[in-house]
Design a protein around this ligand. Structure first.
Ligand code: NAI
Length: 320
């Protein structure tokens, strides 16, 4: 196994790299010899306004430290083509895409307007879709690619006032899990990070003593590793904050099996056995639709009154 994480010469596009986490990633990729496209429209936290300055400052700083970078000011949603073009014009290709740009339009669901909902989905989800789709063609052709989807604890667990944001963030999980499977045979690896860090997104909602522990520099090492040649991981979700690096999995309880063709398949059977459905004592961790295959086998073999239980053999170690 290699002792080093190699990113030298790789071309990386980082969306929303004019500030916050993206800026830290940009510096760290550049310091390891990657060629960085610093995309940022330079808008406010809610997505209004624009300025070239955010991206320009990061590119100037990188160049001053001897790194290689090019600025791009396109809105990810309306001109994703421009972002890829900046990579192609300056560096001839793209190897790594960090889907990082984002906005917030928080509101309780009662007061959330359709525009607040769709604007947030547009940047986080549709923007990531559009740029990933363009880069995918390059990755497929060269049989190499690394992609990061930026999710959030709000997407995994829900968070008051963030129905729009949590929808977008969990959608990115499914998006990443699917692309990991579709990209597997082309050496395209796609991972998802769910993080917490100090930035303008969090500095008004978290207390100062907590913020002190959450520097964005604590997120970057995992992002760099996951997008390196060395990393074997794909389709996984990682939670990162304050020095914690952990993996998140879907967990399924061992469950309740009812014979589908018998009179035990009733709401009352669920009522009486509900605790069995939620019993996680002997659970497994499905990673693909194929993990359901044994369910059909088991239920079709159950006797008339069987309410059996079987451990589903997981295929989690094989991605097909
Ligand atoms: P940030 O607001 O500092 O950075 C986001 C950047 O994206 C900004 O510089 C903004 O100008 C840019 N941007 C917004 N819309 C854009 C568009 N349409 N086209 C191009 N650029 C655009 O926030 P932060 O915290 O650095 O967020 C980075 C990512 O991490 C976001 O996806 C955010 O949702 C996610 N995240 C952050 C968390 C945190 O604790 N800070 C928690 C969980 C997820």
């Amino acid at each position: 196994m290699s002792e080093q994480v190699s990113l030298k010469g790789k071309v990386v596009i980082i969306t929303g790299a004019g500030g916050g986490l993206g800026k830290v990633y940009a510096h760290q990729f550049a310091s390891r010899g990657a060629k960085v496209v610093v995309n940022d429209l330079g808008g406010s936290l809610t997505g209004s306004g624009n300025s070239n300055r955010a991206a320009d400052v990061v590119v100037e700083e990188i160049k001053k430290s001897g790194g290689t970078a090019a600025a791009n000011y396109d809105n990810l949603v309306t001109n994703p083509e421009g972002i890829l073009q900046t990579a192609l014009d300056n560096f001839g290709t793209v190897d790594i895409l960090i889907n990082n740009a984002g906005i917030l339009k928080d509101s309780s669901f009662k007061n959330m307007t359709e525009k607040q909902f769709t604007d947030v989905l547009d940047v986080h989800l549709n923007g990531a879709f559009k740029l990933t789709k363009l880069c995918w063609e390059v990755f497929k052709a060269k049989k190499y690619g690394r992609i990061i989807m930026t999710a959030s604890p709000a997407g995994l667990y829900g968070n008051f006032g963030q129905a729009n944001y949590s929808c977008a963030k969990l959608a990115l999980v499914g998006f990443g899990e699917t692309l990991a499977k579709e990209g597997y045979n082309s050496n395209i690896k796609v991972n998802i990070i769910s993080l917490l860090a100090k930035s303008r997104m969090t500095e008004t909602v978290l207390p100062p003593d907590v913020l002190k522990k959450l520097s964005p520099e604590k997120i970057a090492p995992l992002v760099l590793y996951l997008t390196s040649e060395e990393c074997p991981s794909t389709g996984s979700i990682y939670e990162v904050a304050a020095g914690l690096f952990a993996q998140i999995k879907w967990q399924r309880s061992s469950g309740l099996y009812l014979n589908p063709s018998s009179d035990t398949l009733t709401p009352e059977a669920i009522l009486h056995k509900f605790s069995k459905i939620s019993d996680f004592k002997d659970s497994d961790y499905p990673i693909m639709l194929k993990d359901y295959n044994n369910v059909w086998d088991v239920t079709s073999k159950l006797g008339k009154n069987d309410q059996g239980k079987i451990k589903i053999e997981s295929l989690r170690d094989k991605v097909v």
